[in-house]
Every structure is written in C-alpha cells, then in structure tokens.
Design a binder for this molecule. Structure first.
Ligand code: G16
Ligand code: MG
Length: 220
C-alpha cells in the first residue's frame, strides 16, 4: 500500500503547455529559429535551460552562456505574464475530487515539478496551501530524468521512496521516478513509456491504481 502520492505539476495537475509554447515561440521568432509543436513536445518536464538548448539545436551561430541566460530570462518573463491568466477554473473537478479522495484515504500528497514557477501556478489554480510538500525547480540541482526532485519530495514528507507513487506525463519524469525507486503512474503522453507501472487513461483511475496496486493498464 502506498503512503504518499507525488504529482508532477505541468501536464498532470494542470496544463501550462500552451503558455510555455507561446513564450518560447516569441523567443525563437526573435532569434529566427524554427519552432513548432513537435519541438515544444520535447520540452515537457525538461528544465528551462535544457529546453533552450533543445531549441538552439536549430540555431546556426554560437551563443555565449550570458546570452543564453538572458534569453531564458526573457522567456520566463513572458511566461509569467501569461500565467497570470490561470484561474481556479483551470483546475478540473476530476483532479480536485481525486486529490480530495486520496487525502481522505490518509495518503500524503506532494508536488514534484521541474518548474521554478510551481508555487505561483499552484496559487493561481487555488492549490497554494493544499499539498503536504512541494519539491520544485527551486530546490534541485539536477532535473528529471534525475530522481532528485522526487527523492526530495519523499524526504519532505518523511516517507521512503518505495512507499510513494509518482504521477507523471513526461518520459523524463517516469524515468526519474523509477530511478528514485518509486512506482510510477503515467498519464497522457507518458503512457507509451514501458517503464511506468500503471497506464491511466483518466486522472481518476489513479484511485484504482492506489487501491488495487495491480500494475498495468487501469480501465474503467
Ligand atoms: C515543467 C514543464 C517543462 C518546463 C519546466 C521548467 O515541468 O513540463 O516544460 O521546462 O517545468 O519550468 P520553468 O521554466 O517554469 O522553471 P514539470 O516537471 O512540472 O512537468
Ligand atoms: Mg509534466
């Protein structure tokens, strides 16, 4: 039986994908770098600087470290402005009810996100004080697929990795969970990742995974 569930934020609890896309697109356009949804897809769960390095694969010239920092700061300024559009309505009923049910069952709930904006996003969607612990891009030195963010979340909760279930939408996140010795439930895109212990087609199927702990695809 699991004692805690650690949730990735972007793509699991809420969707910020469009905002990341718009902000990176503005930067890429200014640098004349081709950027589309396919490239954007590769940025899921990856840190800000690593995301920029992926975008720069199609940039012909050299760029100094200082310039890279400045462009990523610019992206973040645009992104943060867009995040102000997020509302409590951006948290789905299904996600909220599932979280409340897990909590009522006595499980501890945490966030394990690569984002440095996790705190702000949680506040925007009305979950500012909801989680028992938040481990995010501000307290890690290595980003997913390194397990650090999830190991810290487990530590903050006072739980062993083996007693935690991670919920992820990105391959890098599934790899991070497994590398940390945790079970992982995949949603969305990540269900294709064989490494995951559960494949969820809806968020609420998480209740089934937690209850039965029978690994594999969860079906209604
Ligand atoms: C999220 C997103 C990534 C983003 C990263 C860093 O991770 O999925 O696309 O690059 O955070 O975000 P920021 O620039 O806000 O620090 P996660 O782990 O919540 O899916
Ligand atoms: Mg994610």
């Amino acid at each position: 039986k699991y004692q805690a569930v650690i949730f990735d934020l972007d793509g699991v609890i809420c969707s910020t994908d469009q905002y990341h896309y718009q902000a990176w697109k503005a930067v890429a356009d200014e640098l004349n770098i081709p950027f589309d949804e396919t490239v954007n897809h590769r940025l899921r769960g990856v840190s800000r600087m690593e995301s920029f390095e992926i975008i720069l694969e199609k940039y012909d010239a050299e760029m100094s470290r200082e310039e890279k920092v400045s462009w990523t700061e610019k992206k973040n300024t645009i992104y943060k402005e867009l995040l102000k559009n997020m509302r409590t309505a951006d948290l789905s009923e299904e996600v909220k009810t599932t979280l409340d049910t897990l909590r009522a069952q006595g499980l501890l709930l945490a966030i394990g996100s690569s984002s440095k904006n996790a705190g702000f996003i949680l506040k925007q969607i009305g979950l500012g004080d909801y989680f028992d612990a938040v481990s995010d891009g501000n307290n890690i030195t290595k980003s997913k697929p390194d397990p650090e963010v999830f190991l810290k979340a487990a530590k903050y909760l006072g739980k062993e990795p083996k007693d935690c279930l991670v919920v992820e939408d990105a391959k890098a996140g599934v790899q991070a969970a497994k590398a940390g010795g945790m079970d992982c439930a995949a949603v969305g895109e990540a269900v294709k990742c064989k490494l995951a212990d559960y494949q969820l087609s809806t968020f609420s199927q998480l209740l089934e995974a937690v209850k039965n702990s029978t690994k594999g695809a969860c079906t209604k």
